[in-house]
Design a protein around this ligand. Structure first.
Ligand SMILES: Cc1cc2nc3c(=O)[nH]c(=O)nc-3n(C[C@H](O)[C@H](O)[C@H](O)COP(=O)(O)OP(=O)(O)OC[C@H]3O[C@@H](n4cnc5c(N)ncnc54)[C@H](O)[C@@H]3O)c2cc1C
Length: 410
């Protein structure tokens, strides 16, 4: 064994020991009960976990030290991620901080904004949301109607936002508002960092078909934002919005920030995407019988599962290519649309295939005692529909790929 690999093996042992000592009590055993999805308890567990990871130097990579970034060689980061995945570990806080806010502030923020906000995102202490969509400005985000009017050194904001993920737990939001009623589209928006506890800021839950209130809506009634919280230049908000969307679609910010571990104690997100889910589907296919034969022995299903494994691997490499680009300081642009679309559509196909495997049990959700795996598969199948809409719908992302990547006419 070379010196390098011996050192890396020693590091792996160190991470494993740390995980054994720090994961929640009973983690990974049948007795451990995950907190309810999107509950305060889940959020607090995520915050605590991210803080522990960060304090141990196992999260917060990819950002300069002066903004709280943790420096580590890439091979150690890879070991940390592998071990987190292997052990399963709690998700981070219910926040868009790592995924969207930190990369956007990094790209467009002033010095004080980077110093003030990024460290607390990396350590999970403060949670964020993205306040872009409105009832008439979803795909057409340039049609934002919420107004921001300058009064002295403050902006006064009025309007409504909708479909806001992690609405309930956010301390801060990145808000896009129309700052010039007369300027043409794409030149009339400004972005702000808004304190979600500001007077005049009201938030309400919206129920999704999954039964959860993962997203909500907000009303701005004369909310005052200091000009120093403006993110980027006046009327240049379009560029800030694009940076935010591209960071989200690529997932790179979350990857480098070291977002959680990627699954719950009982394997919850293992039913989401990735190789863990392929393994979980194989197990399900082995345990489920159709007409006296295990689904796993049916050549049609085996082919479908093999196809999924190939897709997951292809997605992983596309994601890694983009992350490598980000490591060189290049923000991913249109490729992010490819990865986002592939991931979301794959998730949808995967959910549909699982429904074919479990057959009539696909009608039972988690409120039924007889639902398979507590209704987790059915939840994932339904949530996958949201994945094809959030961060830009599949149609919009295909338009971007057609025009900007393939050079096809509009
Ligand atoms: C789970 C989830 C989480 C979300 N989280 C957030 C969040 O945190 N913050 C936030 O700001 N927003 C969030 N959104 C909102 C999301 O960005 C919008 O729902 C999305 O952009 C689509 O907008 P819309 O719902 O208004 O649909 P519309 O824009 O009205 O689209 C309706 C349909 O028309 C199609 N369509 C529209 N325009 C075109 C076109 N030019 N070409 C082809 N087809 C088109 C769309 O693809 C879609 O099928 C979230 C959405 C979901 C589902």
């Amino acid at each position: 064994m070379s010196d390098g690999s011996a050192k890396l093996e020693a590091f792996r042992k160190e991470v494993r020991t740390w995980l054994r000592e720090n994961l929640p009590k009973g983690w990974g055993t049948p007795e451990y009960k995950d907190p309810e999805r999107f509950s305060t308890e889940a959020h607090e567990l995520g915050k605590l976990w991210q803080k522990k990871l960060y304090d141990a130097g196992y999260a917060g990579f990819g950002y300069p030290k002066e903004y709280g970034g943790v420096e580590r060689p890439p091979e150690e980061i890879a070991v940390i991620r592998e071990e987190l995945l292997r052990h399963g570990s709690p998700f981070g806080p219910l926040s868009l901080g790592l995924l969207m806010a930190a990369p956007t502030i990094m790209a467009h923020g002033e010095e004080w904004q980077k110093e003030r906000f990024i460290p607390k995102i990396l350590s999970g202490e403060e949670s964020w949301c993205e306040l872009f969509s409105e009832p008439n400005a979803g795909s057409d985000v340039a049609n934002i109607q919420t107004t921001a009017v300058k009064e002295g050194d403050e902006w006064v904001v009025n309007g409504q936002k909708i479909w806001t993920s992690m609405w309930e737990f956010s301390d801060w939001g990145i808000l896009a508002a129309r700052s010039d009623p007369n300027a043409p589209r794409h030149h009339n928006l400004t972005c702000f960092i808004v304190d979600c506890k500001s007077p005049g800021y009201t938030k309400l839950p919206l129920k999704q078909m999954t039964g959860t209130s993962e997203f909500g809506e907000e009303y701005f009634d004369n909310v005052r934002i200091p000009d120093k919280n403006r993110l980027g230049e006046v009327n240049k908000g379009w560029g800030v919005i694009l940076a935010g969307l591209m960071a989200e679609r690529s997932g790179g910010g979350a990857f480098w920030g070291g977002m959680g571990g990627g699954r719950s104690a009982t394997g919850g997100a293992a039913r989401g995407i990735g190789m863990l889910s392929v393994k979980a589907i194989i197990d399900l296919a082995k345990e489920t019988h159709h007409y006296g034969r295990a689904v796993w022995d049916d050549p049609v299903f085996r082919q479908k599962i093999a196809n999924l494994a190939i897709e997951v691997e292809a997605m992983r490499y596309s994601g890694l290519r983009m992350v490598a680009k980000m490591r060189k300081g290049i923000m991913p642009t249109n490729e992010a649309s490819i990865v986002k679309n592939f991931q979301a559509e794959m998730r949808r196909r995967q959910g549909d295939m699982v429904m074919e495997i479990i057959g009539a049990y696909s009608q039972l959700m988690r409120d039924s005692k007889r639902a398979i795996d507590g209704g987790e598969w059915v939840y994932q199948m339904m949530r996958a529909r949201g994945a094809t809409i959030e961060m830009g719908t599949s149609e919009i992302n295909r338009n971007i790929i057609a025009e900007r990547v393939l050079g096809l006419p509009r």
